[in-house]
Ligand binder design. Structure first.
Ligand code: NAD
Length: 247
């Protein structure tokens, strides 16, 4: 197992990509704090069923004091923190010329400021420890995507945040990398199946060179690799997991 004796936090792990990431890290031996705003007990139960160790923690990542409490919880419960995965995210899509400022601000607060709080709080501890892995979930949309000005701006911000954190902490035993998933089957994307009787979903499949949506496990596998010692010389990278969709 790649991650034996490691302790990880995964935000937004109550379902979707975060759940897939948490399951994979636990399978590789990490003890996982499954952090989410919504109940995360189902993810914890799945991990425990497969013989892993995990506990749920309720957090709104856009609130700094809650993120601080989450990091403290991991250290108090499992004795340390090695791996921080900032995955929690939302979208509020709409054309820029019609986008209410509330939808702009909400996505920035959760997707960008949430990643900032998580990265900052983890790094404060990891700098003292002289070891750490920060993995931030951005998106292929950071390159620009119609209807996603708020989301693209937040996810581009995550790339800048990650690359800066990587450079500032490279001599402290800490690596920081971003993953850009393409189109992965989760509650966030399954909504598309209801648009135009499934035609919108089919059209999305046409845009993916591999012809099908990815699974949470595809992203989980990359997170586990970046969190492992095999990736110790990899930092400041932006890695696509998109079946060829992101160019
Ligand atoms: P999802 O909506 O299925 O799950 C998101 C999870 O985050 C939920 O459990 C939700 O309760 C939690 N969450 C939302 N706001 C939160 C907050 N303020 N504090 C704590 N938890 C919060 O979404 P997903 O598809 O699993 O996406 C996970 C991440 O991957 C997001 O950052 C998303 O932007 C990114 N992403 C997803 C895709 C995709 O195709 N699904 C593609 C690119 C990037």
């Amino acid at each position: 197992m790649k991650l034996e004796n490691k302790v990880a936090i995964v935000t937004g792990a109550g379902r979707g990509l975060g759940r897939g990431i948490a399951l994979k890290l636990a399978t590789e031996g990490a003890k996982v704090v499954v952090a989410d705003m919504a109940p995360a007990d189902e993810t914890v139960a799945l991990i425990e069923k497969s013989g892993g160790i995990a506990s749920a923690f309720t957090v709104n990542v856009s609130r700094q004091e809650e993120v601080q409490a989450m990091v403290k919880y991991a250290i108090d419960t499992y004795g340390t923190l090695d791996i921080m995965v900032n995955n929690a995210g939302i979208n509020r899509d709409g054309m820029l010329h019609k986008m209410p400022v509330e939808n702009w601000q909400l996505v920035i607060d959760v997707d960008l400021t949430g990643a900032f709080f998580g990265t900052q709080e983890a790094i404060k501890y990891m700098r003292q420890k002289g070891y750490g892995r920060v993995i931030n979930i951005s998106s292929g949309s950071w390159l620009g995507n119609i209807g996603q000005a708020n989301y693209a701006a937040a996810k581009a911000g995550v790339v800048g945040l990650t690359k800066t954190a990587a450079r500032e902490n490279a001599r402290k035993g800490i690596t920081c990398n971003a993953i850009c998933p393409g189109f992965i089957e989760t509650d966030m994307t399954l909504k598309l199946k209801e648009v135009n009787d499934g035609a919108a979903w089919e059209s999305m499949m046409q845009r993916i060179p591999m012809g099908y949506a990815g699974k949470a496990a595809d992203v989980g596998n990359m997170v586990a690799f970046l969190a492992s010692d095999e990736a110790s010389y990899i930092t400041s990278e932006v890695i696509n997991v998109g079946g060829g969709m992101i160019v």
